[in-house]
Design a protein around this ligand. Structure first.
Ligand code: MEV
Length: 436
């Protein structure tokens, strides 16, 4: 077992690589040689990547794809997507093309409040504390004036502070629950900075107050941090058309398709086994745009799944209705994202993605991401209730299996025809390669 190392981050890149190779990879050259292949030839670009994370020794590539024909609120977009799952972009592109001819997506941002909390412990009179917070709200907000100035000029800032009493659930536990508007930025750093200032001011004002006993003044701030649960930062997108306009699918009539599709959505609404997978399909699209536009996909994932459970049971995020022969699907999700700040003006590919989307506002990007989630959801459930998911999936997976087994270009070219009516798996690919 290697010894614990102190000061690893201070080592040069070469030193880091040799330490890892020596201690974890039998001193082989492979680590360095592969890492070097993934470095960018352009020194300036490589410097940007190195600066994004501690101990960066190379870059990790994922495919950067584009999906055209996204008609969203009557505007035609070409969507940048980063995903390693081979069938995601193909399915999405089919879906966007299909809905382009049926009026496209409608989407709107419903609300855009983000929150953060100062979590603290207090042992004293509750009415006293409530009155103190109400009286001192303006002072707590004013304390952040210097750092909120620019945000306020753009129409954002702190919109409310309230005291939440959680002491029935956890002894002595209270929160200052603070609402923020962060306009086009995700605002994580902004919110966290404001919270830390407010928490300091809160302790100072309490200490200076003559309305509390000395023992009551000893509040203990446990932490001050934004919440990734954003049920007030919501976007909703929908798709609809008359059932007859859905067309036929693999010999299935449009009526039959619409009702089977709705059954699949209803199942996802009541059964957690299906709901999680149904929502994962939505997130296939959502995450791919989040990554291409430099947004925090972990934050969105955490918030989305909490939102899916907000009725006390994990449920589907999307909905399907059939009313008066109109087939409609919709998706409502919390999306705390940004189009400025973070890595949006640092990472060259992120800048390119935003340019491709015509430098959207955060509202526009919320609409785009939600529509991509809905398109992905439609594509997945359409396959599931018609041909089954594996047909399209394995076709895309075939290329992965061929490359894994060192197929030549000629063999890859021949494979499509060969596998048209055959099962695709490790063994059948092996057999094909032996025969061709
Ligand atoms: C696979 O990545 C996603 C699906 O499982 C989604 C779904 O089942 O709805 C196909």
């Amino acid at each position: 077992m290697p010894d614990k190392i102190i000061g690893f981050s201070k080592l040069s890149r070469d030193e880091k690589i040799s330490w890892v190779s020596k201690n974890f990879l039998n001193n082989s050259d492979e680590f360095e040689s592969i890492l070097n292949k993934y470095l960018n030839d352009d020194k300036d670009i490589q410097l940007i990547h190195n600066s994004l994370s501690e101990n960066a020794v190379s870059n990790f590539h994922l495919p950067y794809s584009v999906s055209p024909n996204f008609l969203i609120n009557h505007k035609n977009y070409c969507i940048p997507l980063v995903t390693e799952e081979s069938s995601v972009v193909a399915a999405l592109s089919n879906s966007s093309k299909y809905w382009y001819d049926r009026g496209g997506f409608k989407s709107k941002v419903i609300s855009k409040i983000k929150t953060g909390q100062v979590h603290f412990k207090y042992n004293g009179n509750i009415e006293n504390l409530e009155k103190f917070i109400n009286d001192n709200k303006p002072r707590l907000i004013e304390a952040t004036d210097r750092i909120t100035k620019k945000m306020r000029e753009r129409g954002g800032g702190i919109s409310n502070i309230k005291l939440i009493n959680k002491s029935a659930e956890l002894k002595s536990y209270y929160q200052l629950h603070i609402d923020f508007k962060t306009i086009d930025s995700m605002g994580a750093n902004f919110i966290n900075s404001c919270l830390e200032i407010i928490s300091k001011k809160f302790r100072q004002l309490l200490n200076d107050s003559s309305h509390f006993k000395e023992s009551e003044k000893k509040i203990e701030v446990i932490m001050s941090i934004l919440s990734n649960y954003t049920p007030e930062c919501i976007v909703e997108s929908s798709l609809e058309c008359e059932i007859v306009d859905l067309g036929n699918f693999d010999g299935m009539s449009s009526q039959e398709f619409a009702h089977r599709f709705k059954d699949a959505f209803d199942i996802a609404d009541i059964d957690i086994n299906r709901a999680v997978t149904h929502n994962k399909g939505i997130m296939n699209g959502v995450d791919a745009v989040l990554i291409s536009t430099g947004n925090d996909f972990r934050a969105v994932e955490a918030g989305v799944h909490a939102f899916a459970s907000s009725k006390g049971k994990y449920k589907s995020l999307s909905n399907c209705s059939i009313i008066d022969n109109i087939f409609k699907i919709s998706l409502k999700v919390p999306l705390s994202i940004g189009t400025v700040g973070g890595i949006t003006d640092v990472h060259p590919m992120v800048k390119l993605s935003l340019k491709l989307l015509n430098n959207p506002t955060s509202d526009e990007l919320m609409n785009i991401i939600c529509c991509v989630g809905l398109a992905q959801n439609f594509a997945a459930v359409k396959s599931l209730v018609t041909s089954g998911i594996q047909k399209g999936h394995m076709k895309m997976h075939l290329i992965n299996l061929l490359i894994k087994q060192n197929a030549t270009k000629d063999q890859i070219d021949k494979s499509e025809e060969y596998f048209r009516d055959k099962d695709i798996n490790n063994q059948s690919v092996k057999d094909f390669l032996n025969q061709n």
